[in-house]
Ligand binder design. Structure first.
Ligand SMILES: *Cc1c(COP(=O)(O)O)cnc(C)c1O
Length: 233
C-alpha cells in the first residue's frame, strides 16, 4: 500500500532541506504532483492531505480526469502538446511547461486570441541536444526568442528541461546549471523576466532545487511506480 501522505511529506522535507542548503526560500519552490496514468481516486487522496497543484502529460487524459476532481486544483501541462489539442488544453491548465517550438507557440497565441485567453507558458529546452526529445536547442531559442516575445497573448514565464534519464541525481546537475545560466543570459540579452525554472523529477529534484528550480515535477516518489505499459505517458 502506498502512503501518499507520508510520501508527500518526505518529498516536501527534501525540498525544504535542499532550499536551506542553497540559501533559498522554500516558499519560492512549488511542488507539482505528477498524476499521469493514475486514477482520480489517487489524485483525491493527495488533495485530501492538502496537495493542490498537479501535473498531467496528455491533454486527452487530463480532459477525462479534471472534470471529476475538485475545481480548486491547479493543473499544469508538462507533456508535449499537439497543435490539435491546444483549444482543449488552454482552459484546463494554469501553465503549459512544454512549449517546445516557435510554431507551437504561434498556434497557442492564435487560439488564445480567438478564445480570449492569456496562457502562462514555459519554453522547453532540449538541454542535452537529444534527438529523441522535444524542446528548443539553445541556439535556436536565442534566435527565436525575439519572435516568441512578440506573441501578444503569451505570458512567457521561464524555462523547463528534462535531462537525460540518469541513475545518479548528480548527473543532472550540469544540465540544471546550464538551464539556469541560459535563463540568466536571456534575461540580460532580451531585457525580460523569466522567473520560473521547471526542473527536477523523482530522481533529481533535490539537486534541481539546489540549482534554482522554482517548479519541481514529481510523480513516482509520491504515487509509486507507474505501470510499465504507461511508462512514457
Ligand atoms: C512523468 C513526468 C514527470 C514525473 O516523473 P517521475 O520520475 O515519476 O517523478 C516529470 N516531468 C515530466 C515532463 C514527466 O513526463
Amino acid at each position: 500500500m502506498i502512503n501518499i501522505e507520508a510520501n508527500l511529506n518526505r518529498v516536501k522535507n527534501e525540498i525544504a532541506q535542499a532550499a536551506q542548503v542553497s540559501g533559498r526560500k522554500v516558499t519560492d519552490i512549488e511542488l507539482i504532483a505528477v498524476t499521469k496514468t493514475h486514477p482520480t481516486e489517487i489524485v483525491r487522496e493527495a488533495v485530501d492531505v492538502g496537495q493542490l497543484v498537479f501535473g498531467e502529460s496528455k491533454v486527452q487524459e487530463a480532459r477525462a480526469k479534471i472534470p471529476l476532481l475538485p475545481s480548486n486544483i491547479r493543473w499544469h501541462l508538462i507533456g508535449h502538446l499537439q497543435k490539435n489539442k491546444i483549444r482543449h488544453a488552454l482552459p484546463l491548465f494554469e501553465m503549459i511547461h512544454s512549449v517546445d517550438s516557435l510554431e507551437l507557440a504561434q498556434a497557442i497565441d492564435r487560439i488564445a486570441h480567438e478564445d480570449g485567453l492569456h496562457p502562462r507558458i514555459l519554453l522547453e529546452v532540449n538541454v542535452a541536444g537529444e534527438g529523441s526529445k522535444f524542446g528548443f536547442k539553445t541556439t535556436t531559442l536565442r534566435a527565436e526568442l525575439e519572435s516568441l516575445l512578440l506573441l501578444p497573448r503569451l505570458s512567457i514565464e521561464g524555462l523547463m528541461c528534462i535531462p537525460p534519464l540518469a541513475e545518479e541525481a548528480e548527473t543532472s546537475r550540469n544540465y540544471f546549471v546550464e538551464l539556469r545560466e541560459l535563463r540568466d543570459a536571456l534575461e540580460q540579452e532580451f531585457q525580460v523576466k523569466l522567473p520560473h525554472l521547471s526542473m527536477g523529477m523523482t530522481n533529481d529534484y533535490s539537486v534541481a532545487v539546489e540549482e534554482g528550480a522554482t517548479l519541481v515535477r514529481v510523480g513516482t516518489a509520491i504515487f509509486g511506480e507507474r505501470k510499465r505499459r504507461n511508462a512514457n505517458l
